[in-house]
Design a protein around this ligand. Sequence first.
Ligand SMILES: [Mg+2]
Length: 446
Amino acid sequence: MPTIIDLTSADVRFPTSRHLDGSDAMNTDPDYSAAYVTLETDGEHHGASLVFTIGRGNDVVVAALEALRTHVVGRRIEDLDDVNELSRTLIGDSQLRWLGPEKGVMHMAIGGVVDAAWDLLARQAGKPLWLLLAELTPEELVSTVDFRYLTDAITPEQALTLLTERAEGKAERIEHLRAHGFPAYTTTPGWLGYSDEKLVRLSHEAVEQGFGMIKLKVGNDLDDDVRRLRLARGAVGPGVRVSVDANQRWDVADAIEWMTALAPFSPYWIEEPTSPDDVLGHAAIRAGLGHHGIRVATGEHCQNRVVAKQLMAAGAVDVFQIDATRMGGINELLAVLLLAARYGIPVCPHAGGVGLCEMVQHLAMVDFVAFAGTTEDRYLEYVDHLHEHFTEPVRIADGAYVAPTRPGGGAEMLPASISDHTYPHGIVWAEGTTDSSTDLRENEHR
Ligand SMILES: [Mg+2]
């Protein structure tokens, strides 16, 4: 069985800020980036994953990945228990955890390494990660979860009961995914940097492509948001949901006031209205907006399963938005899926950036098969950026993610994409501000 003989890392950045792709109220100049990590083995397979950032700081995550090397090299990944043990070891490093116990840069780097191990395990099994996870027994799924700090919400015994109940119909749901995929929504029309004409054109295209929901960035200027939401609602009609995302812009009272002004256009959810750590603030916003039928969504910046538990247990969210690379990896995300199932809260994953769609689709699909048991009111975010850099780019058909078929967790990038975009000496960066990268030229055509 293969032994991990090296951990390699790369600082990969895409100059997306040159065209305002990805611009929102807080993140005005993102260069979508990947702190890329590979576990090399002496066997046939390797494991690859990434941690998403938006530019500066990507090097900090790379340094954090390197700090985990000693826990990884020399280790075997033969089965599920090995990955669970790796996760526990990384989270339990008694010195590194001082930098922020299960939160922040170190925790994101742990997630990168844990996910690379899952990628390796899936390759060894010859299965896409979603299928590997979906075929785990309820007992095996429970074994992946670290229940520390969660047992006031759900115990391992309760989890086993819940997952055993939900296991009924699993085979049919796997077949459903293969036939129909997982419902998607698109954020492509709604970036703050786009003109009204582009917003309307892309909103029409979203409906033609079969999306059941679009999302607009808001929070810079109320008059602009009223105008843009009216245009979007007019473009998609009453039958398509329109959600909005403030990217943490507001205090509690501002969020309620601003969203009340947007209520006539029936926004489906308000995403990240305030600080991702403010559980009670989200609860107050939800109480203030419920009578308008506006749901509160957050989670992409939720630092760990404990805050996720609080948001759900306190009635602070209607929708939880897992992110593929914010927490401590697949193991912790499975804990969050379990909590969401326990509280009956739909999980609508955050995606976009670079690689997040490719990765988080696996979690959405296992949520459907093993945890939630339904896709009702579930949507997986889709943004049409940078997919061409991956060995298995996401595919959308009729407004749904097509289930991946290649073995692995989805994060593997093409070697040329990594070398061309490595910061600061890759060809894209060495050539300065000229439009040298193909992804940017393609975006101009869309
Ligand atoms: Mg968001």
